[in-house]
Write a protein that binds this ligand. Structure first.
Ligand SMILES: Cc1cc2nc3c(=O)[nH]c(=O)nc-3n(C[C@H](O)[C@H](O)[C@H](O)COP(=O)(O)O)c2cc1C
Length: 264
């Protein structure tokens, strides 16, 4: 029998489980098409917010050994309607390929539901057939971004409160029916609390995904001032941002282990 990497992701058939997480590599038509052509089993688009967001600069900084990266990139900062059209085109080109919609919105039932309708069914977006929508096959609820938009009560500000996560999962389900929902967890905060958030999401029939970046500041580069990332136009000092890669994994693994024990 020929070997196969085919599997399922939240019950959706995928050619393999190697996929692209929501990040700068999943925010254009070309990037998504290239990911599909390169053989990735799925991609989750860059998180689309319900309101315009700043496009920061500089966004990234690295630890001296370059094993760890810090970013203060917010969420999708371009024209959301154009991006949604791009997603609808790439999903129509190969209906078997899996694209997930990553979104975030303010904690308000009406705003949240309208945003999900727009991102999934293309409601109000010119050029998207409402019968087909954007063609995404799952929704990733971003309640975990540790920096951008927590001032608006979004991202990790939501993911640290189980009751809020329960509400947004329900509101999403009201709009998308049986389409799988992935709650993207935050490793920030007490990892025991995250187990509770995971349990809440699973009880409602959602799936969980681990995990977004962790708050931190990589080492200063004293040869550059202000040391990046520093958000041009704002206070010119280095900002705490989301830590990714190597160092985050040690901590997050402990969260994943606890969840596995708890949800077994
Ligand atoms: C520059 C950058 C931008 C990101 N943007 C998003 C985003 O818009 N939405 C989201 O859910 N996660 C975002 N993430 C988090 C990633 O999807 C991923 O969860 C994180 O990098 C941890 O995985 P890793 O350690 O394998 O990189 C971003 C990460 C980076 C480094």
């Amino acid at each position: 029998m020929a070997a196969s990497l085919a599997s399922t992701l939240c019950g959706i058939p995928v050619s393999n489980l190697f996929g692209l997480a929501s990040a700068p590599r999943t925010q254009t038509y070309d990037q998504l098409r290239r990911a599909r052509n390169a053989g990735f089993g799925f991609a989750e688009c860059k998180t689309i917010p319900d309101q315009p967001t700043p496009d920061l600069s500089s966004r990234y900084a690295f630890s001296p050994d370059e094993k760890t990266m810090e970013n203060i990139e917010v969420v999708y900062a371009g024209d959301p309607d154009g991006f949604l059209r791009d997603i609808s085109v790439v999903t129509a080109e190969d209906e078997s390929w899996v694209v997930g919609m990553s979104l975030m919105a303010r904690y308000d039932q009406d705003i949240w539901r309208r945003h999900v309708e727009k991102c999934v069914w293309g409601t109000g977006v010119t050029g998207i057939d409402p019968k087909r929508g954007t063609g995404v096959k799952f929704i990733a609820v971003n309640v975990s971004c540790p920096h951008g938009l927590k001032n608006r009560g979004m991202g990790k500000a939501m993911g640290l409160v189980p009751e809020i996560v329960a509400d947004v999962v329900r509101w999403t389900q009201e709009v998308v029916g049986n389409m799988p929902i992935l709650v993207k967890l935050t490793p920030n905060g007490d990892l025991d609390l995250i187990v509770e958030v995971a349990r809440t999401a699973c009880k409602l029939g959602a799936h969980i995904t681990a995990a977004n970046t962790m708050n931190g500041v990589v080492e200063f580069d004293h040869s550059v001032f202000p040391p990046p990332p520093h958000a041009r136009g704002a206070v010119p000092y280095q900002w705490a941002g989301g830590i990714q890669d190597h160092d985050r994994r040690y901590i997050w693994r402990s969260g994943t282990l606890s969840q596995r024990r708890d949800l077994r």
